[in-house]
Design a protein around this ligand. Structure first.
Ligand code: OAD
Length: 228
């Protein structure tokens, strides 16, 4: 069975109503990264950081998987499919994808600031003063700018095995995640699905499908199922 890795970013969830980061009116146009998404921001104003992620958790729970998330299931009929996502939402899982690796954490989980144990909290809001069972403050289980990306090694190994890489809805601005596109072998076919131009589009071996996720991904998947 051929291996397909789907490397997704905020763009795949845009049509579910979740804002991307760097498009116009994206999240980083309305919030400063340095105030809500770094360890320094947490040290300075944990209440503000918790409020930002409590709001995002609520938005995720109000959203539903869209056609693009759902289309991936079709691929599993003929391919070994692995999703590697930068998204902290659970829309791939709710669509039914079985193999999902989160690079930047999961908003529906809390993590102890000391033991690093994680807890599934679903819609629960984390408050300042809310502690893990060992008495340490809880934080969202997300990776902030400047923090280590614990699943990067696993993701690199998955990409090394890929026969097909589908990069979808990511501006490839954030490292080390963006390095994943360089981990595939020379024979790996790369598809890029994004209505905008992203750095990858000019590279050899890359087919740029300049469409929204809900159009481009189902069409590509249909083509792959017919071809293999
Ligand atoms: P960005 O906001 O940087 O990029 C979103 C991409 O999605 C852009 O290239 C858009 O053109 C594209 N896009 C928009 N609508 C789309 C649609 N309907 N279908 C397909 N593509 C669409 O988001 P990411 O690249 O995911 O990290 O951002 C990477 C990381 O930066 C995030 O994981 C987050 C953020 O800061 C952390 O918080 C650590």
């Amino acid at each position: 069975m051929q291996h397909v890795v789907i490397f997704s970013g905020a763009g795949i969830s845009a049509e579910s109503g979740l804002k991307t980061f760097r498009d116009s009116d994206g999240l980083w146009e309305n919030y400063k990264i340095t105030e809500v998404a770094t360890p320094e921001a947490w040290d300075k104003d944990p209440k503000l950081v918790l409020e930002f992620y409590n709001m995002r958790r609520k938005q995720v729970l109000d959203a539903k998987p869209n056609t693009a998330h759902l289309a991936i299931l079709e691929l599993e009929k003929k391919f070994k499919v692995q999703v590697v996502t930068q998204n902290i939402d659970d829309l791939h899982e709710r669509a039914g994808s079985r193999n999902v690796l989160h690079l930047h954490g999961e908003i529906l989980k809390a993590r102890s600031t000391k033991t690093h144990l994680t807890y599934l909290i679903n819609g629960h809001e984390i408050k300042p003063g809310e502690l893990c069972e060992n008495g340490h403050q809880l934080r969202p289980d997300v990776v902030w700018f400047g923090e280590h990306v614990p699943n990067m090694d696993k993701a690199e190994k998955l990409c090394e095995k890929a026969d097909i890489l589908i990069v979808i809805g990511t501006s490839l601005n954030v490292y080390p995640a963006a390095n994943l596109v360089d981990c595939v072998n020379n024979n790996c076919k790369i598809y890029l699905i994004d209505p905008s131009e992203v750095p990858l589009w000019k590279r050899k071996n890359v087919t740029h499908i300049k469409q929204k996720a809900s159009e481009g991904l189902p069409a590509l998947i249909k083509e792959l199922l017919e071809k293999f």
